[in-house]
Design a protein around this ligand. Sequence first.
Ligand code: NAD
Ligand code: UDX
Length: 478
Amino acid sequence: MRIKNICCIGAGYVGGPTMAVFADKCPHIQIEVVDLNEEKISNWNNKDLTKLPVYEPGLGEIIQRCRGRNLHFSNSIKEKIEAADMVFISVNTPTKTKGIGAGKASDLKWVEACARQVAKYAKGHTVVVEKSTLPVRTAETIMSILHSSKSGHNDNMQTTFNVLSNPEFLAEGTAIKDLENPDRVLIGGENHDAIKSLTEIYQNWVPKNKILTTNIWSSELAKLTANAFLAQRISSINSISALCETTGADIREVSRAIGSDSRIGSKFLDSGPGFGGSCFKKDILNLVYLAEYFGLPEIANFWEAVVHLNKWHQHRISKLIVKKLLGTVIGKKICILGFAFKANTNDTRESASINICKDLIEEGAILFINDPKVRPSQISIDLDKEENTNLKKIKDQNFLNNYEGEWCFEKNILSAAEGADAIVLLTEWENYTKIDWIDIGRRMRKPSWVFDSRSVISKEKVLEANLNLWKIGDGTLK
Ligand code: NAD
Ligand code: UDX
């Protein structure tokens, strides 16, 4: 079975970039990316590539090459499913907010809706591929929906299905690189022909030895496990950074020392403000729920501790900022550098900046927030608080002290630093590493503090500018 027409349901952070790379590498396959969201589809079709709904280095160039050729974005879900011989489900699977498993289990209502749409509209033989991250055994649910309505509406043509699991391991900010050169591609399934048809697609650019095939449940569980292991490393290193700060050790030296053990490895050992992103917390909590569900409370507690540590670590940073700013931040101007959950993405989901900014606003601070890619409207949603744009018009910075617990967006870092008591770096954007600290230092109110939660700015240059510095995990600073 050679695949000629793919439909991907879900034009989000995964569906969009993944299908763009598929289209680029497989010019012989027509790819249709569909979504319920009309505004999103219209942005994917926008001629102005800065308006694409997802910011990823390299994505714009691929869209320009493939869009309209063999890559199309639309809201015509029925029509595109009908025409497809392979359908990817790449929709959101957030944590349930109510009912059984609330706060931990995945909400599968969007996945279920997709399965029903495919059951209703597919024609002929269709391979359904789980691209979303799903709890182990979700394929069973999908299969039962597909098979229960097999006779469906489909005129004379007999409709049959196979289900595969093909989880996505891309990280945001490096999505194109990860998709073009993946460490591995994982395909779980029971049907040999279906596995072969998906393997053949990947073989257009991925070496065969990097394509792993497993049974479907191993594939589903491996995705959750990979994210749990990665997040666990970050909580582990962040726990040690707190210890470094009180003992005179330096987390970068500790990371280097342990990372050179080939059994540990050097990647994912950068201490920061705590992991964010749409996946880690959600997927670990899902694993916790599964362990509880299958009667394994010790396993649930083990993984839940990774999430607890992360939350504690973020509040630890907010508290130490208040403490260093003489015990109160009421009416004090604080410049926040970075709102995205990591550099090179416009995604703010679960960003450490959200919790830290909320804590500081709660303490009464006046935040001037800067980020090269995140829009003020998104920050307002995340902080659940309107931007006060009047703050930017105030010329005499001392007058800001009349305000309490407000925020505004400031594009210009120098203006954000004017009269500020502190600068808090939360996302490791490259432009923040090039700041002229002497110039910034002259503009800030004394005593002035710089808090570097990513350990990316030059300690020497900040100290030379007569600024007080706190750097994550650096126990040599007083
Ligand atoms: P997203 O929220 O960015 O995109 C999901 C899209 O699906 C939305 O645009 C939504 O409108 C659309 N959608 C939902 N139900 C639909 C339906 N029935 N028909 C048509 N469209 C529908 O989500 P995302 O970040 O792309 O994540 C998708 C999945 O991939 C999740 O399971 C996630 O855990 C997983 N994943 C995400 C990443 C990541 O870096 N974001 C990486 C690997 C895996
Ligand atoms: C993650 C997984 O890496 C990816 O394989 C999966 O498909 C989706 O989830 P993502 O969340 O996009 O990807 O980014 P990632 O690079 O993993 O970073 C997650 C968070 O951990 C970010 O907040 C990042 O700043 C933080 N992080 C990462 C650290 O604090 N230290 C590190 O050493 C690495």
